[in-house]
Design a protein around this ligand. Structure first.
Ligand code: FAD
Length: 259
């Protein structure tokens, strides 16, 4: 398989960089082809701004979805964005790897998503009508591919448990797993999260590396998170609310969107 790792950590000697190298080594040992987008090393430009849309009239308002859609349709996106889109189309599996910063991804990675996920490429795809709300959530440009997160967190596993003060990790990662990965079509694998990492010793590292190697060996067979498909019949169109008869009685929040 072809695997793309989009990596967001500023220090090449960090724990994240060491874990990235473990993952790459194991993937290559399994015969996979690996591409790495090391965002800090690439000096990735994060903000979306006018420089992204050279054809835009200097006096015109910058309406990002429209400018993005026009540039995508005209093959006029910037070279850095086009290169990342090409990698996404090449990859059978996409991995985002990052330290949890303020309960989310580092800004540089969010900026990668904002710019690479152009209108017409990752959103605004498919028929939009009274019957269909485009191809999203399990359908779309990247459908049929797999994706997963590799995340390190300073907090303890219990802090992210069902009753932990930080909130459940599945809820915190829902906007990424569901909103960024499932949205353009990916089947999303359960994340690989390592907790309490700030004082990790060598023995701890070896344990984490062993589990990570196992996850890299099972990329093709791991069962994805059972997110519901938008156009699979579970949602009312056009309100896109889950049908009242679905979901456990009394259930609310993000868990409703898992089968
Ligand atoms: P590093 O600092 O590089 O390493 C961590 C430890 O691993 C070090 O002690 C290092 O010696 C050791 N180590 C062991 N083996 C190796 C090896 N082979 N290679 C390298 N290092 C090794 N945490 C949360 O839980 N929630 C948050 O919301 C959150 N927000 C944050 C916001 C910011 C801005 C910052 C800076 C941190 C935040 N943190 C948060 C903590 C953060 O998630 C951790 O600091 C981060 O995950 C650690 O990953 P790292 O790669 O930077 O680790």
């Amino acid at each position: 398989m072809n695997v793309l790792i989009v990596f967001a950590h500023p220090d090449p000697q960090s724990l994240n960089a060491s874990l990235r190298d473990v993952a790459i080594e194991e993937l290559m040992a399994q015969g996979h082809s690996v591409e790495l987008s090391d965002l800090y090393a690439m000096d990735w430009k994060s903000p979306v701004d006018r420089a992204d849309f050279a054809a835009l009239d200097p006096d015109a308002r910058l309406k990002v979805p429209a400018a993005s859609g026009e540039a995508f349709a005209a093959d006029a996106l910037t070279a850095d964005v086009k290169a990342e889109q090409k990698k996404l189309l090449w990859a059978d599996v996409l991995i985002f790897q990052f330290p949890l910063w303020w309960f989310s991804m580092p800004a540089i990675l969010k900026g990668w998503v904002d710019r690479v996920y152009a209108y017409g490429f990752a959103y605004g795809v498919g028929e939009h009508s009274d019957r269909r709300w485009g191809e999203r959530y399990g359908e779309g440009r990247l459908a049929g591919k797999r994706a997963m997160l590799i995340v390190t967190a300073g907090g303890w596993e219990q802090h992210y448990a069902a009753r932990g003060i930080n909130g459940p990790i599945d809820d915190l990662l829902f906007p990424i797993n569901h909103g960024i990965l499932h949205y353009p079509g990916y089947d999303v694998l359960p994340p690989f999260v390592t907790y309490r990492v700030d004082r990790l010793d060598d023995a701890g590292f070896d344990l984490v590396a062993t589990s990570l190697r196992e996850r890299m060996r099972t990329l093709e067979t791991t069962v994805p998170i059972p997110f519901r498909r938008q156009n699979g019949g579970d949602y009312l169109i056009p309100s896109l609310e889950l049908r009242p008869e679905l979901g456990a009685p009394g259930a609310k929040g993000f868990s409703l969107h898992r089968r």
